[in-house]
Design a protein around this ligand. Structure first.
Ligand code: GLA
Length: 651
């Protein structure tokens, strides 16, 4: 998750290192390698898009970012063959060679980049990416940093992708000072394509009777088809990893151009790829996040919306907050009227572990400082944030306060106190427990204590960002991780009456913001880890397969749902309501129980071929008659393998 790399630098760099170690790289540059553009697919299905060892002296694919650099092919240094690319006359740290991707790579496809680089003396060389968004703003993200001590540093198989709404996408190298830089064996390939495991239980089906099972995903992570397939199979809730955060949707130039002091302009461009996916696949969304100290630009709190402006007054900031929240909900409603934003994090991370507010100040001073506290003096910005969210959010959207280390006792208390006050005023619906855990910390019992305290507030709980790191990545280490996952998930099931969603913070380990400590359920190749098996074992999946055809904001969605109480497989016997393979009085009793106790809607929800004896797609009294007859006559073979399909029209 790119921007998170910026937020927690150490972890981010580690994750990139880990990531490149795991990617199968097939190309070996040997002496004499010449420039080549787009070669045939390798055994692993990857294709070279561009590769050069600079042996033919051609450096024309690279331009200087500063416009002052001298870029040549040289024999002074070479990692392989006789040539490398030399970049000298760099006037600033950020000057260096850039490689345009737009004309060579496709949006939405995942690629890898590999190269070796060195500088004259000790240096940190960064391989980064730049793109310009739809509003013309340039964005930069570091893909990986490597130390060169005058020797060649290897950048190997680093993944990247970009979305359709961006342009001028570059890969580039820079380093800590103006030293001369050498690059060799530069290569861009399509990333390896993996298939997901289709024969393992679906997480959302396994927990269908407990809570929603969600994941977080960034635009880049969603690029491979395998990620899309994995999400569709296992998750019924999506959180956008970065794309709905203030820094992603605040349109700086449009806001400044508006001339207003109180009207932030919203642009959903960066969120569209994921929101389109959610809309087209009918996956509910957890909105994340409206009011947060981090990933919110300092200029949002400054006069004239200028980086250099003074901090605005509390009164102006209240108006900005109200308009921001109003405009976010309005933009989503306008562009994504059919997407179910069932939950929103209104405020994130306002309490420190000792239960006090953050220090006031800008992100440019310290990533832990809060612009909100700077303007309001304390945490009094929380209540208006919830008031505005309540005022402008759709009626079915539940509102949450979300935080990490939520099991630290003083923090738990501070959150509960605040939540109860907000609850009293009808402003909050739930508490989000981020749950970025580590094997053994906190203990499952400490975590359960926090769950119990939050449950006592009578508010809903959502586990919003679950991941469990492990430093031991041996088989035994992953087994321990699996145990911890099981402990936490069992605790959640114990509190299922108070928990409406458990959301994992990412899909495959390599893409996690804590990738170096492999915290998720799936490996880089999309296979399930012991942690996955530990949380599905012994739990019977409730099959709820939903496939959706053609969803657009204006059109009608047709959802085909097959729902059964247990896993009957394909050959359900009509009338075998308890799916025990026999047709008898127990089935009749169960059917009567359903008929008496369930509402008409609920009845149709449990409709499957076993109860829909007369195949009229309705669960009603008539179904009893064929059962009674069936009990007597026994089931005819041709009555097997018939599935009842419920067609629901969702507008
Ligand atoms: C916090 C935030 C998330 C994400 C993670 C990882 O938990 O709530 O949005 O940024 O940190 O960096």
């Amino acid at each position: 998750m790119k921007k998170e790399i910026r937020k927690r630098v150490a972890a981010g760099v580690l994750s990139a290192v880990m990531l490149c170690a795991a990617v199968p790289v097939t190309t070996a540059f040997t002496a004499g390698t010449a420039t080549s553009v787009v070669s045939a697919a390798e055994d692993d299905g990857t294709t070279q898009i561009y590769g050069t060892g600079f042996e033919d002296g051609d450096v024309s694919a690279f331009t200087g970012r500063g416009g002052v650099e001298t870029i040549t092919a040289t024999t002074e240094q070479a990692y392989s063959g006789s040539y490398s690319m030399c970049v000298k006359d760099r006037a600033k740290n950020w000057n260096g060679p850039q490689f345009l991707l737009d004309d060579k790579c496709e949006a939405g496809v995942q690629y890898t980049v590999s190269a070796v680089a060195k500088t004259e003396w000790y240096n940190s060389i960064k391989l980064s990416m730049e793109y310009t968004d739809a509003s013309g703003e340039r964005h930069y993200s570091n893909l990986q940093a490597q130390t060169s001590n005058g020797d060649w540093a290897t950048f190997s198989g680093i993944k990247f992708s970009f979305s359709e709404d961006v342009s001028k996408v570059y890969l580039y190298f820079e380093c800590n000072d103006t030293a001369t830089m050498y690059i060799d064996d530069f290569e861009v390939r399509t990333a390896p394509v993996y298939q997901i495991q289709k024969d393992i239980p679906s997480l959302k089906d396994v927990y269908a009777n407990d809570f929603k099972i969600g994941t977080a995903v960034t635009t880049e992570e969603l690029a491979p088809q395998s990620t899309k397939d994995l999400i569709a199979k296992h998750f019924n809730s999506i959180t956008l990893g970065n794309e709905l955060k203030p820094e992603s949707i605040l349109d700086k130039s449009a806001t400044q151009a508006s001339g207003s002091e109180t009207e932030p302009v919203i642009n959903l461009a960066s969120a569209r790829t994921i929101l389109n996916y959610c809309r087209d696949n009918n996956i509910p969304v957890r909105g994340h996040v409206l009011v947060w100290h981090s990933q919110t630009p300092d200029w949002f709190f400054k006069e004239g919306f200028q980086d250099s402006g003074d901090w605005v007054s509390k009164d102006i900031m209240l108006q900005r907050m109200e308009n921001y929240i109003k405009n976010v909900f309005a933009a989503l409603e306008e562009e994504y009227p059919t997407v179910d934003f069932y939950a929103w994090d209104v405020v994130n991370e306002a309490w420190l572990d000792n239960g006090s507010p953050r220090t006031g100040g800008g992100q440019s001073e310290n990533a832990n400082y809060s612009g909100w506290v700077k303007v309001f003096g304390d945490n009094s910005f929380i209540e208006p944030a919830f008031e505005y969210a309540r005022k402008y959010a759709p009626k079915n959207t539940k509102l949450y306060y979300n935080d990490f280390n939520e099991y630290m006792p003083q923090k738990t208390d501070a959150i509960c106190k605040m939540a109860l006050e907000l609850k009293e005023k009808g402003l909050i619906d739930g508490i989000g427990m981020q749950s970025h855990l580590d094997v053994g910390f906190p203990t499952v019992s400490a975590y359960k204590k926090a769950l119990a305290k939050f449950a006592e507030t009578g508010l809903d709980i959502q586990v919003t960002e679950l991941d469990i790191t492990t430093s031991d990545t041996s088989e035994a280490g992953f087994e321990k991780q699996a145990e911890m996952y099981k402990g936490i998930m069992d605790a959640c099931v114990e509190y299922a009456d108070s928990i409406s969603a458990v959301v994992f913070w990412g899909t495959t380990d390599d893409k996690s913001w804590r990738a170096a400590k492999s915290p998720l359920l799936f490996n880089e190749d999309y296979t399930a880890k012991p942690a996955f098996y530990s949380i599905v074992e012994g739990k019977e999946p409730v099959v709820t397969t939903t496939s959706t055809s053609a969803t657009t904001s204006e059109t009608t969605t047709e959802t085909t749902t097959v729902t059964t109480g247990t896993t009957p497989g394909d050959d359900v016997i009509r009338g075998d309501v308890n799916h025990d393979g026999m047709l008898n009085g127990f089935d009749l009793a169960l059917m009567r129980q359903y008929l008496l106790n369930a509402s008409a809607d609920d009845r149709n929800l449990i409709l499957d071929s076993s109860v829909d004896m007369n195949a009229d797609n309705e669960f009603n009294i008539q179904n009893q008659i064929p059962i009674i007859c069936g009990c007597v006559q026994q089931i005819l073979p041709h009555q097997r393998q018939v599935k009842a399909v419920q067609h629901t029209v969702v507008v």
